[in-house]
Design a protein around this ligand. Structure first.
Ligand SMILES: [Zn+2]
Length: 329
């Protein structure tokens, strides 16, 4: 149930923190309701210490646990989270699974479910999915595809495709986190595996700089804007693909405002429609470009003119349908 007082409190925070941005969402009086965050990372470096962290930007080389998330999400009306795997070393993925399942079952934090790690290109993935899908908290799987250990076309192999059908048989989803140049491979996979529910992470890893006027770009954009648009349209042509509205803050130009994110978000919402988009914080990776609060406030602003029903769908209801996740225990 929506707690109106809580929402008003978070709106007030929104106005206070959105320096120079639009605050129409607060002024409109639309109550877009509670948030289900479908992309919460956690790393308590003593227990979960993914190998990439030591070379990551300094801001990510910290302990990011449930307590830190609670501090940074105060007033945002985030009532439930799905943990998103963090590319742990293959021999540590069971440590990760146990840690997260224990956390979900403790009921002490908003984390209610998880998208766990696995390598669908390997036959062992099938056993892993069958074993872990016995737990209701495990809502899906991801194998990050934009890293060195996932060369181009990893997702187009026969075993990978077979693994996707095992996910469908077990009622579990697959998150696609890909290089922009390879998004079409993901769309191809989605076309071949029509029974599997896919979620394209981070608006297809779009780079906000690619949508700026040439003269305003302070660095080379990471991809061509039109190529990205075409790939996202290909994805959207498959009814079994949803788009996660997340991630883009991490690459936003310094001093960004909601206007810098809007072209990407508006395109995704229009292309996938109101029923196939869902919110993710990508916390703490979002901190590379802004706080969790800045991201939520910016997104609320960008969608503030849209029908209230569409906003609710984006922030919580679609996640419940697509991941089969509960909003609250
Ligand atoms: Zn992420």
């Amino acid at each position: 149930m929506t707690n109106r007082r809580e929402f008003l409190a978070s709106s007030a925070v929104g106005i206070a923190t959105s320096a120079g941005g639009r605050s129409a969402f607060a002024a409109s009086g639309v109550d877009a309701g509670p948030i289900l965050d479908t992309h919460q990372h956690l790393w308590d470096l003593e227990i979960l210490n993914p190998p990439w962290v030591k070379e990551a930007d300094e801001i990510l080389r910290n302990k990011y646990d449930s307590a830190a998330y609670a501090r940074e999400s105060v007033g945002l009306n985030i009532v439930s989270c799905l943990y998103m795997e963090i590319d742990m070393a293959p021999d540590k993925v069971d440590v990760e699974a146990k840690y997260i399942l224990d956390l979900c079952r403790s009921g002490k934090t908003p984390t209610r479910g998880a998208i766990l790690s696995g390598r669908p290109e390997e036959p062992a993935f099938v056993r892993r999915v069958k074993r872990l899908s016995k737990a209701d908290e495990v809502r899906g799987f991801r194998r990050i595809l934009h890293v060195d250990h996932a060369p181009p076309q990893t997702c187009l192999g026969k075993q990978f495709e077979k693994s996707m059908s095992v996910l469908a048989d077990n009622g579990r989803t697959f998150d696609l986190c890909m290089r922009v140049e390879e998004l079409d491979d993901g769309a191809k996979l989605a076309g071949r595996c029509a029974d599997t529910q896919f979620i394209v992470d981070h608006c297809g890893n779009a780079d906000p700089v690619a949508f700026q006027q040439k003269g305003q770009q302070k660095r080379e954009p990471l991809h061509d804007a039109d190529a990205w648009r075409r790939s996202m349209e290909r994805f959207a042509s498959h009814g079994n693909v949803a788009c996660k509205i997340s991630g883009i803050v991490a690459r936003a130009p310094e001093g960004w405002r909601s206007e810098h994110l809007a072209p990407i978000i508006d395109f995704c919402l229009q292309t996938f429609g109101p029923d196939r988009v869902l919110f993710g914080s990508d916390w703490p990776v979002c901190r590379l470009g802004g706080t969790l609060k800045q991201w939520v406030v910016a997104l609320r602003e960008i969608v503030s003119e849209r029908p209230e029903a569409h906003q609710r769908a984006l922030f919580s209801q679609n996640a419940q349908k697509i991941y089969g996740a509960k909003l609250q225990a």
